[in-house]
Design a protein around this ligand. Sequence first.
Ligand SMILES: Nc1nc2c(ncn2[C@@H]2O[C@H](COP(=O)(O)OP(=O)(O)OP(=O)(O)O)[C@@H](O)[C@H]2O)c(=O)[nH]1
Ligand SMILES: [Mg+2]
Ligand SMILES: [Zn+2]
Length: 310
Amino acid sequence: MTKEGEGTRRGMVHETGGGVYVVRLDDGTHVEASLRGRLKQERRTGSRVVIGDRVQVSSVDNSWAIESVEPRASELVRRGRGGRAAKILAANLDRIFVTVSLQQPAATTQLVDRLLVLVESSGMHPILVLNKSDLAGAEAAAETMRAIYTELGYEVIVTSAPSGAGLEVLHELMCEGLSAFIGPSGVGKSSLLNAIDPALDLRTAGLSRKTGTGRHTTVGSRLLALDCGGLVADTPGFGDVGLWAVPPEAVAGCFPEFDEPAGECRFRGCTHRTEPDCGVREAVEEGGIPASRYESFRTLYEEAEDAVRY
Ligand SMILES: Nc1nc2c(ncn2[C@@H]2O[C@H](COP(=O)(O)OP(=O)(O)OP(=O)(O)O)[C@@H](O)[C@H]2O)c(=O)[nH]1
Ligand SMILES: [Mg+2]
Ligand SMILES: [Zn+2]
């Protein structure tokens, strides 16, 4: 058994960047720490220390070092397309808000599915946030999306930073534990957080006029303390996520609505693509599963298959 030494304390990583880790100790104070040699090596092999990690730190001569990382309850992994290395974004999250905009730019179901699957592949159930509901045309888009995703069992929140729509519900959900916002650049993740808690004072940006897409205003991830006690991570935008390192046979499991109909497939190990008497395909034909979801499944399955070949 290891005994906590005199100078050893527990805490949580709140901010990372440039080899410096801001750790909030259990007594509420924040310290800047570096990594012990052994952890530095692990960092090179991919399992970095990330925000949300519970760590043991020790102080020697007034400088703090992270000695060890406690086992994680969950990891949010962002996978690069085309075999780019996987990156752990955060650990021990209690909830994830997949955030897209209804206009400027208008989200597609393909994009939403890709982001939902990314979170599902990390073993978590995201909440879907549809932002910019104040813009012209947003209402119709919101209804279409809401109809699809509510039916699938996802909680859907329609929001607007300037009008304040949906913010109360969103705020309340974040008051306990660790939350994170993920989604493409420019959809308003930071704006929503500012609207909820102006004291956060996060940097936000206008859209780049040329492409209509965001400019990556938020760089680096950190945990922000909300007035109501919750912690929230505002992450840099990304929509370009692939299923690197997700085995093809695990993709169907990231579509929760496939579970039940898959029980009706004739073959065990049915991939729901070409096999006869497939319960999933029957559910699609009968309208129980939206065609757009099945198309996303096919696309992501093929991507996962391509990734295996590398
Ligand atoms: N009309 C409207 N505009 C919004 C809303 N939320 C954000 N915006 C605008 O969208 C642009 C991008 O907002 P940000 O909050 O910087 O977006 P982000 O998702 O944090 O982007 P990254 O940090 O790059 O990932 C800014 O010009 C905001 O003013 C909204 O609800 N309605
Ligand atoms: Mg931002
Ligand atoms: Zn099947």
